[in-house]
Design a binder for this molecule. Structure first.
Ligand code: TYD
Length: 134
């Protein structure tokens, strides 16, 4: 459910010269990272996401700029705003998500528990609802 979705504060190491934030397997994220990808050049007003995953877990970070993630577990919805590089959203499997409200220059970094597999996607909202009721 949505309650398994958690905002994670990632430590900031640094001083006036700037900051470093670190994500390590099974520490800041409760899984082994097998893939990293990032969304960028998203035109203002565009929406991404619009799917669910059967197995994939993710940590989503706004490494630059900001955006909102609307999470939907089939029963209720919650919006998480990501706007700092030291804040991540842990995203378990089995939730529908939409990502919108991208600021200009936003970069959405995703750390994922599996390599790319189209069969892990649920791309239709009605399919998602049936999947949750199975
Ligand atoms: P998709 O996950 O649907 O994007 P979003 O949820 O951000 O809107 O992926 C968009 C396209 O990119 C789709 O054709 C699949 C491809 N893709 C890969 O080939 N490998 C990947 O690791 C990812 C995330 C996407």
């Amino acid at each position: 459910t949505i309650d398994d979705c958690k905002l994670i504060e990632i430590d900031q190491i640094g001083d006036r010269r700037g900051h470093i934030s670190v994500v390590e397997n099974n520490r800041e994220v409760p899984f082994e990272v097998k893939r990293v990808y990032y969304l960028y050049d998203v035109p203002s007003g565009e929406e991404r996401g619009g799917h669910a995953h059967k197995e994939l877990q993710q940590l989503i970070v706004a490494v630059s700029g900001s955006f909102d993630i609307v999470v939907d577990d089939g029963t209720k919805k919650e919006t998480f705003s990501l706007n700092r590089p030291n804040k991540g959203l842990y995203f378990p499997a089995g939730l529908w998500r939409e990502i919108n409200n991208f600021s200009s220059g936003a970069i959405c970094l995703v750390l994922a528990s599996h390599t790319y597999d189209e069969n892990d996607y649920i791309r239709g909202y009605q399919d998602f609802i049936s999947y949750k009721q199975r």
